[in-house]
Design a protein around this ligand. Structure first.
Ligand SMILES: [Fe+2]
Ligand SMILES: [Fe+2]
Length: 221
């Protein structure tokens, strides 16, 4: 979907990220954030279209949900937990510039504000649209890239068999907890559960493979 508001939003986001002193020190972090924002926009669009919401505005909201990441949160009270509320404040004047009504702007800002820890520093309604911003974010965060990232960041390949087993048990326990989390729409719920099921399948298989990776596992059977 190419349209003027979406293109302006992408330029606004990229402009802030490219000029960010914080991202200049860590260009990989900028690439990750930008790529994640595009993926969230794809997911947001899919949910909005299936649920009869304004898809254009959902793409705009999704692109902007992590806009505050261009700031250096080590210097901000509350750290990264504030990035939703800070993001809403950064997005608001830009959204008015795009010509959205007050109601439309506030709904987007509320969705951005609450997407991290479900708390906002201004009044708003928990509409399906506002909650979908966080749903789309979570759906991307639990897709396959996260599997690679978890194994890479935790240096899975360097772990002992026992350490791997503990790591995989923790992963599987966390996934069980996340399965109880509800989404705002049926479409998001279906996508969310599908991501969790895939991760559960992957980590379960890895656990079986790990358990068979020793001589004594052969010997005992
Ligand atoms: Fe976020
Ligand atoms: Fe995000």
């Amino acid at each position: 979907m190419r349209n003027e508001r979406i293109e302006k939003t992408e330029q606004f986001l990229k402009g802030l990220f490219n000029d960010s002193e914080y991202f200049k020190k860590d260009p990989y972090a900028m690439n990750y954030r930008l790529e994640h924002s595009y993926r969230v926009a794809h997911i947001g669009k899919e949910i909005a279209e299936a649920e009869g919401m304004d898809a254009e505005r959902m793409i705009v909201a999704s692109l902007l949900h992590d806009v505050a990441y261009y700031l250096d949160f080590s210097k901000i009270e509350g750290g990264y937990r504030e990035h939703g509320r800070k993001g809403a404040a950064i997005a608001r004047p830009f959204l008015y510039e795009l010509g959205y009504s007050e109601k439309e702007v506030e709904e987007v800002c509320y969705g951005i504000a609450i997407h991290v820890d479900d708390e906002s520093d201004f009044e708003g309604d928990r509409t399906a649209f506002a909650l979908t911003v966080g749903d789309a974010d979570n759906i991307d965060r639990f897709d396959v890239f996260r599997i690679y990232e978890a194994l890479e960041n935790e240096h899975y390949w360097k772990m002992s068999i026992d350490e791997r087993n503990d790591f995989l048990n923790r992963k599987l326990e966390n996934l069980e907890r996340y399965k109880k989390m509800n989404c705002a729409t049926k479409t998001a719920e279906r996508m969310w559960q599908e991501k969790l099921d895939f991760q559960t399948e992957f980590f379960t298989r890895l656990k079986h493979q790990n358990a068979n990776s020793t001589w004594w596992s052969v010997h005992d059977k």
